[in-house]
Design a protein around this ligand. Structure first.
Ligand code: TRP
Length: 333
C-alpha cells in the first residue's frame, strides 16, 4: 500500500525554536513512519518578506536542515528538499496565478493578518501577496494530500484547493488531488515575553540550539502573572508562559494539574514552576544541541542530504508539472 504524501516545511529565516518543536516538529517525527514525508526548506517563500536580507535566507537553509536532522528527522524516511532547487514549484505557481484574482489573494485571511502583522501598509511585496499561489504550487507539485500547518495557515490550504478544482475543471479530469490541512493538537507557544506568538524575529524564542545558560536566562525572564507578587497570592495559569510551556513539554500531566491548582489557590511561587520548566527544557534541548553541534561539523553530510533530497523531489515535481501543462492543453515541445 502506498503511504499518503505529506508536504510541510519552514521558511528559512533562522534556526528553529521550541515553539516549532511543540507545534510541528515532533509530529513530523511520527509522520515519517506513517506517511511519505517531504520537508521543504522554503527559501524562496522566505524571500517574500525578507528580500532585504537574502544572506540570512541563504544561511538559514543549513540552520533549519541542522535542526531537522538534530531532532531526529531521518533522511532515509523523510525527503528534505530545497524550494529554490525545484523549478517546477515556481513554474506551477506562475500558471496558478492565472487562476486566482488579486482580490481573492487580498481577501485571504492568512495574508490579511500577516500584512497587518508585518506593517506593510500599501507597500506589499507582490511576491508576498502571491505566496498563497506559490504554496499551492508547492503542495500540488508533490500531490500532497496531507498538509500539517498552524491554525493560522488553513486559509492557504483552502485557496490551494480552489486552485486545484479550477485546474481540474479546466483540464476536464482530475490531475491534482485536494489537500487536507492537519492542525497540530498543540498550537502555538506564546513568546517568552508573553506575546501571542514565539518567533525568532520578535526575539522572544528559545532556539533548539540554545546553550544551557541561554535556556535558564529565558526561563528566568519568562512572563508569568504580574499580579502574582508573593508566593501566597493566587496566580493566573491562563496567559502564563511558564504553564504554556509546561503544557507543551511536561510529561507528567497529573503533577502539572496539581501544580496549576496550587498556583491558582496561592502558595506556589514562580521560582518553583520555573525550576521545573528549566529542568524539562534542559533535558529536551541538551541532546538536540549535542547532535546539532556534531552535524554542524560535517558540512558535507548535511549538504549531501539536501542535495539528494532535492534531486528526488525534482523528478517527482517535474512529472506533476508536465501533467498540468499537458492537462491544460498547452503546447508541449
Ligand atoms: N508557509 C510555511 C511557513 O511559513 C512554509 C511552507 C512553504 C509550507 N511551503 C509550504 C508549509 C507547503 C506547508 C506546505 O513556515
Amino acid at each position: 500500500m502506498t503511504k499518503p504524501v505529506i508536504l510541510t516545511g519552514d521558511r528559512t529565516t533562522g534556526p528553529l525554536h521550541i515553539g516549532h518543536f511543540a507545534g510541528s516538529l515532533r509530529n513530523r517525527l511520527r509522520f515519517q513512519d506513517s506517511h511519505e514525508q517531504f520537508l521543504l526548506l522554503a527559501d524562496t517563500q522566505a524571500l517574500t518578506d525578507n528580500a532585504h536580507d537574502p544572506d540570512k535566507v541563504r544561511r538559514s537553509v543549513i540552520e533549519v536542515a541542522l535542526d531537522y536532522l538534530a531532532i531526529g528527522i531521518d533522511p532515509a524516511k523523510t525527503t528534505i528538499c530545497l524550494q529554490s532547487g525545484l523549478p517546477a514549484l515556481a513554474e506551477l505557481s506562475m500558471l496558478y496565478l492565472n487562476f486566482v484574482t488579486v482580490s481573492r489573494l487580498e481577501r485571504n485571511p492568512t495574508i490579511k493578518d500577516e500584512i497587518r502583522a508585518r506593517g506593510f501598509g500599501r507597500d506589499i511585496p507582490a511576491g508576498f501577496l502571491c505566496y498563497p499561489a506559490a504554496q499551492a504550487g508547492d503542495i500540488t507539485a508533490f500531490k500532497a494530500t496531507v498538509v500539517p500547518v498552524g491554525e493560522d495557515q488553513t486559509a492557504l490550504i483552502e485557496q490551494t484547493n480552489e486552485i486545484v478544482r479550477r485546474i481540474n475543471a479546466t483540464a476536464g479530469k482530475t490531475i491534482l488531488p485536494e489537500a487536507q490541512a492537519v492542525i497540530p493538537q498543540f498550537g502555538r507557544l506564546p513568546g517568552v515575553d508573553g506575546k501571542a506568538k514565539m518567533s525568532k524575529s520578535s526575539g522572544n524564542a528559545i532556539a533548539l540550539s540554545a546553550s544551557p545558560e541561554a535556556i535558564s536566562a529565558a526561563v528566568k525572564a519568562m512572563f508569568t502573572d504580574l499580579t502574582h507578587l508573593r508566593i501566597e497570592d493566587p496566580g493566573q495559569v491562563e496567559g502564563n508562559v511558564v504553564f504554556a510551556c509546561l503544557d507543551a513539554f511536561d510529561e507528567d500531566p497529573a503533577t502539572l494539574e496539581e501544580m496549576k491548582a496550587q498556583y491558582q489557590r496561592g502558595g506556589l511561587g514562580d521560582g518553583r514552576i520555573k525550576r521545573r520548566l528549566d529542568d524539562i527544557l534542559q533535558a529536551l534541548i541538551g541532546p538536540i544541541r549535542t547532535r546539532r553541534a556534531e552535524l554542524a561539523e560535517d558540512h558535507a553530510y548535511v549538504l549531501d542530504v539536501i542535495r539528494s533530497g532535492t534531486e528526488k523531489a525534482r523528478s517527482r515535481t517535474e512529472v506533476t508539472k508536465r501533467e498540468v501543462v499537458e492537462g491544460l492543453g498547452l503546447f508541449v515541445l
